[in-house]
Design a protein around this ligand. Structure first.
Ligand code: HC0
Ligand code: SF4
Length: 573
């Protein structure tokens, strides 16, 4: 520990801390803009400058290490003026259409301008008018709003191990974009949206589908059905000021009914169905000498990553569609037939924590009935915007239940939302099918938590299943390299494209850099997911009575011909 004095307050902080971290411990708020804990610590924006006694110039607190006896001042006239001038320079070349910006009132730049008392900009000058890149089905990039903080560049390159966006040109012409000014649509971007989560302003956002959904809801010829992903229920509340980790399942269902959806179903049903299909596929591949390891295919960011960067593993991918695609296919077949509705008149909306799902639904492979399994995807943030537009008082809504049958699910379906959840859910079912005995303990702790790569060995009578779990594509890459070289061997691998899994998807509520210093949303939201699992009476997919009925009445058995037609696909390079 070292002793430092900040604004006259003595604090003891761990050796190696930065001035920014030390100030946080002394409850002194130093403004930041380019800083993102553990991801982008480059001292570039100079918003966090402070005076350090004995140092010649002002220092960037986010990268300046403390030393014993150091005296720091964070609020002198020189510090205030330097911060203000830096901010005015950034604002002078920024598209300041705040009122119509998707990040209005949730923008770190706007908040800083207010905090630093910047009420005029002294350096108005030339501005470049860049074209907006909205060619991809998932991500929109507006360089006119970019402040060159490089947070997106670091997350894409270092956290995801991808690096399709970077800094090019120099001086006034500096721009953050894909190489040669190309569109994200034309480079091997996986649409994970982690760059959106990192962006402090409105330079990166999801493709907005809210108008399409309003149109569908207002079309009397359409039967509009919605389903919600496991991770949405533990994060949507944040958009309404509720504490991170609050489970808002009941209010979410109530809000969706009030928006006018004809049926409100649960993707967790689709997750239970996926376990039946994927668990059976795993056991068949083990018994029949099929391609191993089997690798999960429910995360569309991961599937796209596999296609671009590890095509040699495409045959390892499970042929199962992702849960919301399975449910979409069931809605347009079984549900349509049972209710006498023409599938061309059914519009399926998935509310997802994910931006890559917007791309997934456009894939030509995923049209089991001749119509898209799912017609449109809303992110958690877009759903919140629709609820606000409709004037619904979300916080005070009563709790309501999902509609029956496709709203029935188990705890195994819920845990899909956290890294390791698909693996745990699968093992709960596979263990019972393989041994014929009920599992004593359904909680498989080895596959939980935020370690980059997790491993588990589960003994099932005469076979021991070797499993691995990776989340975030940089971790996936490290794991796959080891499998490729023969250093590691597994039967079953779960990969999710986003760090932490879906709870931290690119469509989730954005957590400001300042809050990220104190809380890890991946951990808090995942804890809520596991709480929800524990609260449910049924925790294994094969115990879901509606899943049993669906097989009895319609699909026959897992991996049947009909199940293959509707619920499976094949990704080709
Ligand atoms: Fe996920 Fe899913 S769990 S990908 O992470 O598998 O987006 O939440 O909906 O489909 O169920 C996201 C979350 C889903 C799907 C499920 C899977
Ligand atoms: Fe990189 Fe993902 Fe953003 Fe694409 S969506 S630029 S892969 S972080």
């Amino acid at each position: 520990m070292v002793k430092v004095t900040i604004d006259g307050i003595q604090v003891e902080v761990p050796k190696g801390s930065t001035v920014l971290e030390a100030a946080r411990l002394a409850n002194i708020d130093i403004p930041t803009l380019c800083y993102l804990k553990g991801i982008n610590e480059i001292g570039a924006c100079r918003m966090c400058v402070v005076e350090v006694k004995g140092a010649r110039a002002l220092q960037a607190a986010c990268v300046y290490p403390v030393s014993d006896g150091m005296e720091i001042r964070t609020n002198t006239p020189a510090v205030r003026e330097a911060r203000r001038v830096n901010l005015e320079f950034i604002l002078s070349n920024h598209d300041r259409s705040c009122l119509t910006c998707v990040r209005n009132q949730n923008c770190e730049l706007q908040e800083l301008a207010q905090k630093l008392g910047v009420n005029k900009i002294r350096f108005e000058g030339e501005r470049i008018d860049y074209p907006i890149d909205d060619f991809s089905p998932a991500i929109v990039r507006d360089p006119n709003k970019c402040i060159l903080c490089r947070r997106c560049v670091s997350v894409c390159r270092n956290v995801q191990g991808i690096g399709v966006i970077g800094v090019s040109e120099r001086g006034f012409d500096t721009i953050v974009s894909p190489e040669f000014g190309m569109s994200l649509n034309d480079v091997p971007c996986i649409y994970c949206g982690q760059c959106i989560e990192a962006c402090p302003v409105g330079a990166l956002r999801e493709k907005d589908d809210t108008e399409r959904i309003w149109d569908a809801l207002n079309n009397p010829d359409l039967h509009v059905v919605v389903q919600t992903a496991p991770a949405v229920r533990v994060a949507l509340g944040e958009e309404f000021g509720m504490e991170m980790g609050t489970i808002v399942k009941g209010k979410m269902v109530a809000a969706l009914r009030r928006l006018g959806f004809d049926k409100v179903f649960d993707t967790d049903f689709g997750a239970d169905l996926t376990i039946m299909e994927e668990g059976t596929e795993l056991l068949n591949r083990i018994k029949n000498g099929g391609k191993l390891p089997l690798i999960t295919s429910c995360s569309p960011g991961w599937v796209k990553y596999c296609e671009h960067y590890f095509p040699e593993f495409l045959d390892n991918l499970s042929t199962c569609k992702s849960p919301h695609q399975m449910l979409g296919a069931m809605i347009k077949s079984y549900y349509a037939e049972k209710n006498g509705i023409d599938p061309s008149k059914i519009f399926v909306v998935s509310v997802m924590p994910c931006t890559a799902k917007k791309f997934e639904v456009t894939r030509p492979e995923l049209r089991a009935t001749g119509y898209p399994d799912v017609d449109a995807v809303l992110t958690t943030r877009e759903l919140a915007r629709m609820i606000k537009q409709a004037g619904i008082d979300f916080v005070n809504l009563p709790d309501e239940e999902f509609d029956p049958f496709f709203g029935d699910s188990t705890g195994a379906g819920v845990i899909f939302g956290a890294t390791g959840g698909v693996m745990e859910a699968a093992l709960r079912t596979v263990a019972e099918i393989a041994t014929g005995k009920p599992l004593d303990n359904v909680e498989i702790m080895e596959v939980r938590g935020l370690e980059g790569v997790k491993e588990a060995e589960i003994s099932l009578g005469d076979i021991t299943i070797k499993a691995a779990v990776a989340h975030g594509t940089a971790n996936a890459k490290a794991l796959l390299e080891k499998v490729k070289s023969g250093e590691k061997e597994y039967h079953f691998i779960e990969i999710m494209g986003c760090p932490g899994g879906c709870v931290n998807g690119g469509g989730q509520p954005i957590v400001k850099a300042k809050d990220r210093m104190d809380v890890d949303s991946r951990q808090v939201r995942a804890a809520a997911i596991y709480r929800e699992d524990r609260n449910l009476p049924l925790r294994k997919s094969h115990e879901n009575p509606s899943i049993k009925r669906l097989y009895e009445e319609y699909l026959g058995h897992p991996n049947s011909h009909k199940a293959h037609q509707l619920l499976h696909t094949h990704y080709v390079p």
